[in-house]
Design a protein around this ligand. Sequence first.
Ligand SMILES: NC(=O)c1ccc[n+]([C@@H]2O[C@H](COP(=O)([O-])OP(=O)(O)OC[C@H]3O[C@@H](n4cnc5c(N)ncnc54)[C@H](OP(=O)(O)O)[C@@H]3O)[C@@H](O)[C@H]2O)c1
Length: 364
Amino acid sequence: MGFSPYDTYIKEWVPTQSQKGKTALVTGASSGIGFETAKALAALDAHVVLAGIDPEHKFDEAIRKIIAATGCSKDNLEYMHLDLGSQLSIRQFADNWRERKNTDLHILINNAGIPGMPGLTKDGWEMCYGINYIGTTMLTRLLLDYMTPVKKGYQGTGDQISFSGNSKLRSDLQTESEKLATNDLELEPARIVFVSSSAHKFTLGLSFDEKYLTSPGSGFFSLRYGESKLAIVMFAQQLAKRLEAALASPVRKTKIDKSNITSGPLAGPIHVYTVHPGTTNSPFWSAFPDFFKNYIINKLSQTPEVGARTSLYCATEPKIAYQTGLYYEDCKVSSPSFWANDAEKANLLWKNTCAWTATPESLF
Ligand SMILES: NC(=O)c1ccc[n+]([C@@H]2O[C@H](COP(=O)([O-])OP(=O)(O)OC[C@H]3O[C@@H](n4cnc5c(N)ncnc54)[C@H](OP(=O)(O)O)[C@@H]3O)[C@@H](O)[C@H]2O)c1
């Protein structure tokens, strides 16, 4: 799972960019990396929605701690119940979001996740696949329509469009859709961050066998955790590509001419980032065997505060606002596993995931 706590850059980069006026949603925000992510976003003045499966009193306590640490207003923090192991709960969450006074969502941090454990989710998926992958991607699809770029204060360099490692200079842009994309650079993109893991590299690739995906895994050291995180990496790349295609689509211009679109895939850039947070001493490891916790995790891992840095970097750093579809470790672009380069499998994964989560294949 990547032992990188001694990287100096990650210790040097700290979140400083004001997020005032933005709404951020952090899943699994009652503990560990998610709590520290929510805390830092609150310190940056974002309105933060903490979501998760824990009982309300645990979130009340998390909110109290964030207020004590940051001095932010209680009005800037909210709790919403979410069980990523239940499609019913995820749909309920999306319905509740639709009922909000202000539905705009500027930052979505898909942080919640579990290590390998035996059993099945309420919907009958293997635990890791069901919570870490199916639940997370379903939530993302249902909230996509609310993702909103901000129409001011773009602070990136603006001279480069970078997609999955391929860059273009603005002066090279020629077609109408490329020009539309150039205008989009004047917007501050909405950002979706997926918290994956370097464990996605320790797999034998993706399986599409539903019998396997709905049978219980064997626990901590099984391949199931890595497989769920590999699926996240590949889904995130697909989502980034499809969001780029939405912006360049001729349908977009027609729709924009007809109505004022302010959120969702056609409104402007929604950028996607995948991160490995680094090995972090958090409740994630609580059910692991004692020898593993005492001799490896306690000695070698970083604090949850440092574990939150790469998520925060991807969610707030102006320098990378123009990037999408890339994988980060230690606040730097990194290479995901070679398994993630299989375009055919990535397309199949998208198609199957849409069927599994009853979401449409097309984004608009
Ligand atoms: N810690 C590491 O070394 C490490 C390394 C690589 C990647 N990661 C990833 O980093 C992310 C954060 O992990 P962490 O270390 O901060 O662990 P953590 O403290 O256990 O946080 C995970 C959060 O997800 C929540 N959660 C679990 N099941 C859920 C469900 N069904 N619906 C909604 N929320 C649920 C947990 O709630 P409960 O408190 O009720 O369980 C908890 O708040 C995870 O995605 C993990 O895979 C961690």
